[in-house]
Design a protein around this ligand. Structure first.
Ligand SMILES: C[S@@+](CC[C@H](N)C(=O)[O-])C[C@H]1O[C@@H](n2cnc3c(N)ncnc32)[C@H](O)[C@@H]1O
Length: 171
């Protein structure tokens, strides 16, 4: 698919907003789609996440962040993959963090729907997922952060067809 956005790191003072929307526990497996220098995932581990996975297209950033993880003694807890976010399996994520342009969320939305488990939380920085209703939003400075939670699809038992998703805002 290629790059959705270049490296624009989340300012350090904005990072807590992710975890106010999605508090961490040791059971959490946190993905950052487009992980840059790893700052969101290092913060997630500090906040108590059990495991973290970063996915990043830029090989220089991946090389550097793997060095940082090693220096901090976190190699067992965090993995940074040099890969396109469209090519990785998201099935074991319990939390997904994402600061990518809307073209990325449009491309990722069907993958979220098919791969993420019920209960998985997604926090989008600045750009919402079109057509989904966030369970919560939070303003920080000039930005908005959007929290979504994957819920089971509603099945119309008479019709035996999916009529809607609870996270859909179509009605
Ligand atoms: C806006 S930066 C955010 C970095 C980090 N998540 C943060 O909040 O500080 C987006 C990152 O996504 C990476 N990226 C863009 N498109 C990507 C893709 N298709 N697959 C993997 N990484 C991608 C960029 O190289 C960049 O480092």
């Amino acid at each position: 698919m290629g790059s959705f956005i270049s490296f624009v790191p989340t300012p350090f003072e904005d990072i807590d907003t992710f975890f106010e929307l999605a508090p961490m526990s040791s059971a959490d497996v946190v993905y950052d789609l487009g992980s840059g220098d790893g700052r969101l995932l290092f913060a997630a581990l500090e906040k108590g996440a059990g495991k973290a996975v970063g996915v990043e297209l830029n090989p220089t950033l991946v090389h550097e962040v793997n060095g940082t993880a090693k220096m901090r003694g976190l190699e067992d807890k965090v993995t940074f993959l040099e890969a396109d976010v469209m090519d990785i399996d998201l099935a074991d994520a319990t939390v997904v963090l994402c600061y990518l342009y809307p073209t990325a969320s449009a491309a990722l939305k069907p993958r979220f729907e098919s791969e993420l488990k019920t209960g998985t939380r997604i926090v989008m920085e600045s750009f919402p997922i079109h057509g989904w209703k966030p369970v919560k939003t939070k303003e920080f400075g000039y930005k908005t952060f959007y929290l979504y939670r994957m819920l089971p699809e509603i099945i119309d038992e008479d019709e035996e067809e999916i009529v809607c998703s609870e996270y859909c805002d179509c009605g």
